[in-house]
Design a protein around this ligand. Structure first.
Ligand code: NAD
Length: 260
């Protein structure tokens, strides 16, 4: 499945390269990077922006450009690809059938990853029409992500809302917690330190103990105590139970729109 051609090596493509490097997944010499805006010094050892003729060596093509420009980004590339190159797209919303047609009928897998692939702790929601394309997607993401196979392509919209976008929800929560902590009198630096360490510790505890989030929540929540008072706000009317379905619906609608 190598060499791997990355069409786009921005935040997500770059995160994958970093994760593969740290996991020792693929020799960097097996990577071909095509991206007009990268500094070759960031990908020492890889083939960066070689002449188009060199792209025929690629066995796997990772489509990692923005959904809005994917068609123009592949136009001059497709004629140079090997007939049996497998396409793996991480572009939000863009349908496998459209990608396959634009890539001359080549097999396509779609993956919705998260940026934590950079440290080998990502997730990858995977859909593919063919077992071979699914295997290639597995080989790319197994070294850096917890994988979930989807048996219907349309479920990628939901997976994007629940997983691909969700790191940003957590970061937004931490930002808000820090600001709220400063708002009730903590020094901003102390509030930031407490909020970040608390969230990281709580996530680590969830991972280490294997207990349900609801059980962990109960362990913090004394009857009639401070947590119960705060959760009545967060989980009451207008709280998480209302907000998250609305947020996911908005992400899903956007994912569908990006697919055209
Ligand atoms: N960032 C995330 O958390 C995330 C998660 C899952 C999926 N995705 C998907 O990954 C894709 C890339 O997102 P990103 O966040 O890395 O965006 P980004 O803007 O950081 O990276 C896109 C890269 O594409 C490059 N590019 C532009 N024109 C190009 C061309 N003609 N040929 C090759 N490269 C070109 C840009 O220079 C840039 O480096 C998107 O389709 C997005 O939906 C992103």
């Amino acid at each position: 499945m190598t060499p791997i051609l990355l069409l786009g090596a921005g935040r997500m493509g770059g995160a994958l390269i970093q994760g593969w490097r740290e996991a020792g997944a693929f020799p960097v010499a097996d990577l071909i990077v095509r991206d007009p805006n990268v500094d070759p010094a960031a990908f020492v050892g890889a083939l960066v922006n070689p002449p188009l003729e060199a792209l025929s060596a690629a066995k796997t093509v990772l489509l990692a450009v923005k959904p809005q420009i994917w068609r123009e980004a592949i136009e001059d590339v497709v004629p140079h690809l090997a007939p049996d190159a497998v396409i793996v797209s991480i572009a939000a919303g863009v349908r496998a059938a459209d990608i396959s047609a634009a890539f001359g009928g080549r097999a396509v897998a779609r993956v919705m990853p998260t940026t934590a692939v950079a440290i080998g702790r990502g997730t990858a929601s995977i859909f593919a029409d063919t077992p071979d394309a699914r295997s290639v997607a597995h080989a790319l993401f197994a070294p850096v992500a917890t994988m979930v196979d989807l048996d219907r392509e349309d479920l990628l919209h939901a997976a994007t809302a629940v997983s691909g976008s969700a790191p940003a929800y957590l970061y937004a929560f931490v930002e808000a917690l820090e600001a709220a902590g400063a708002g009730v009198g903590l020094d901003p630096a102390a509030s930031a330190k407490l909020a970040r360490a608390t969230i990281i510790g709580a996530a680590a505890l969830m991972e280490a103990g294997g207990e349900e989030p609801s059980e962990l929540r109960k362990q913090v929540t004394s009857p009639g105590g401070t947590t119960a008072a705060a959760l009545a706000v967060l989980m009451g009317e207008g709280g998480f139970g209302d907000l998250l379905p609305r947020a996911l619906d908005a992400a899903i609608a956007r994912s569908k729109a990006l697919g055209g």
